[in-house]
Ligand binder design. Structure first.
Ligand SMILES: NC(=O)c1ccc[n+]([C@@H]2O[C@H](COP(=O)([O-])OP(=O)(O)OC[C@H]3O[C@@H](n4cnc5c(N)ncnc54)[C@H](OP(=O)(O)O)[C@@H]3O)[C@@H](O)[C@H]2O)c1
Length: 332
């Protein structure tokens, strides 16, 4: 047992109601940089809500930021240590006097602190009313929804302007964002072509009338029908090869921010429009997504629940790309 393990075990045994456990890192680097620390509650402002966070999920931005890559890492470089995470599934335990919409004990789902003030890899998190939506009951699986669901929704509808009866191709369809995007597009009446690895084709076909193609054979892209909207969740050279092979693509929304300029600039001549995007907080959209899950119109794909004490293993697994479905870090 390392010195850090001993320290972490001592902390876990001594957490009291004012203190809580969080997972932070002090230096950019490998998953081993993640450490369990004890943090102490601070007083709420009148507009703030304290949530007992039972679960968060791992999004690619988390391990990219931990590695020191991307915009969130650059913005936080001089503010380390940092707690990762934006997805929250928990319960209201305290509220400021100006909070009217939420009561103690409400089950909530939240997209909190994006992009600058992450902090959901923690048992307690402070949020505002605009960052939370109520759920009928608590379920740790809701942690898979906020960041991925809002990205899918905004990519398809706000930026992509998808209309019913249009044909949308979703590349990266079996991933955290793509799995939700496929369902949102189907629910909106679009014709959906889902690009995924062979091992995930059956899973995608269970979502409805979806044409599924394997990205490992580039010839598959030469046979595509006209595409109104291409939602690219892959980015970089792979996205460029796929788009270059296709015959007729109208609008492109490319989601990975790091390669947005490369993809948009390379493909500009072939497209009517090409856009990147950064997901943003939108409470009414988050509420639409929560209601869709509650009504059974939107399924969440959970790969594994992992206790926060195993956060290092959770990051190693997430980065490996071997597991289909979201990894939920539970914070009980
Ligand atoms: N701009 C923003 O605001 C924003 C927000 C959210 C996410 N993102 C970015 O969007 C990307 C997707 O996020 P995510 O959470 O959905 O990631 P994810 O869960 O890791 O999913 C990625 C998927 O990509 C698939 N894939 C790998 N290589 C592929 C290829 N050559 N062609 C097609 N599919 C391929 C994998 O499918 P198989 O397993 O089937 O092989 C995997 O399911 C990440 O880069 C993330 O950082 C950006």
């Amino acid at each position: 047992m390392s010195v850090n393990d001993v320290r972490n075990n001592d902390l876990l045994n001594n957490i009291n109601s004012k203190n809580y456990a969080a997972i932070e890192f002090e230096n950019f680097g490998s998953p081993d940089e993640l450490k369990i620390v004890e943090r102490c509650n601070v007083k709420l402002l009148p507009t703030q809500i304290r949530v007992r966070n039972y679960a968060t999920s791992i999004n690619p931005i988390d391990f990219k930021t931990r590695q020191g890559l991307g915009w969130a890492a650059a913005q936080n470089a001089d503010k380390l240590p940092m707690v990762l995470g934006y997805d929250v599934a928990g319960e209201v335990i305290e509220k400021g006097e100006a909070v009217t919409e939420f009561d103690i004990g409400d089950s909530v789902v939240g997209f909190v602190g994006f992009p600058l003030i992450a902090g959901a890899y923690a048992q307690h998190i402070i949020a505002t009313e605009s960052e939370l939506s109520k759920t009928i009951s608590h379920d740790n699986a809701y942690a898979a929804l906020p960041l991925a669901g809002l990205t899918a929704y905004q990519g398809l509808f706000d930026i992509g302007k998808l209309q019913s009866d249009e044909t949308v191709l979703i590349s990266g369809a079996s991933g955290g964002v793509g799995y939700l995007a496929v369902q949102l597009a189907l629910n909106a009446g679009a014709n959906v072509i889902a690009v995924a690895g062979l091992k995930n084709h059956e899973l995608l076909k269970t979502l409805g009338d979806v044409t599924v193609i394997d990205y490992r054979n580039i010839n598959n892209f030469q046979k595509l029908p006209d595409i109104d909207l291409w939602l690219d969740l892959i980015g970089g050279d792979n996205a460029i090869s796929q788009l270059s092979a296709a015959n007729n693509v109208s609008r492109l929304v490319t989601i990975p921010t790091i390669t947005k300029d490369q993809v948009c600039e390379t493909m500009a001549d072939k497209l009517v429009s090409s856009d990147g995007m950064l997901v943003s907080l939108n409470k009414s959209q988050l509420t639409i997504l929560v209601k869709a899950v509650e009504k059974g119109e939107l399924r969440l794909n959970i790969g594994k629940y992992i206790d926060y004490k195993d956060a290092i293993a959770a990051h190693i697994l997430a980065e490996s790309g071997q597991l289909n479905g979201k990894i939920i870090i539970t914070l009980d």
